[in-house]
Ligand binder design. Structure first.
Ligand code: FES
Length: 170
């Protein structure tokens, strides 16, 4: 029995069709690459800006704050947390001086952060946690507090007290 050798040539795409497929595949790959690379390049060249909270909050009319007597005021402040803005309640102990200058203390003890209060009879700020005491201008009078009370930045515009971010402590 004679062997049958197939001498049929392998099926080959005509060069033009083959080139077309290669070009087509390369084109699709290029589009996929561009779909990934263009947004990445835009992100790298123009990074999105984190949302920024307003730094100053209008709180109270200066005329409503008694001079010389610490007054606790509450206000809403907006804080940037990553990409979102969070509105939260904040407080400050405000002391108006006779010359209308204002000091605003942040509400937490500088020892371990407890909320302190004003004690009228002793004329001091007193922290209930470990009995630190502070003078009306925030100096440490006793207890374990390592530094004076922290302060907010303040300004007065149009007779309204505005409270800004906490000042860096020394
Ligand atoms: S937290 Fe105020 S004295 Fe310790």
């Amino acid at each position: 029995m004679a062997e049958h050798h197939s001498h049929e040539p392998a099926v080959e795409l005509p060069p033009t069709r083959r080139n077309f497929y290669i070009l087509f595949i390369n084109g699709v790959m290029g589009l996929i690459g561009a779909a990934v690379a263009v947004p990445a390049a835009i992100y790298l060249l123009f990074p999105p800006k984190a949302r920024k909270a307003s730094e100053w909050v209008k709180t109270a009319d200066l005329s409503s704050i008694p001079a010389g007597k610490p007054t606790e005021i509450s206000f809403q402040r907006t804080r940037a947390d990553g990409w979102q803005l969070i509105t939260e309640k904040a407080t400050a102990w405000v002391v108006k001086q006779p010359d209308n200058q204002v000091i605003a203390f942040t509400p937490n003890c500088t020892h371990l952060g407890c909320a302190y209060h004003w004690d009228d009879p002793s004329h001091t700020f007193v922290c209930p946690c470990h009995t630190s005491a502070f003078s009306v201008d925030g100096k440490v009078l006793g207890g374990p507090a390592p530094r004076p009370l922290d302060r907010y930045s303040v300004k007065v515009e149009g007779g309204v007290l505005q409270i800004g971010p906490p000042e860096p402590h020394a």
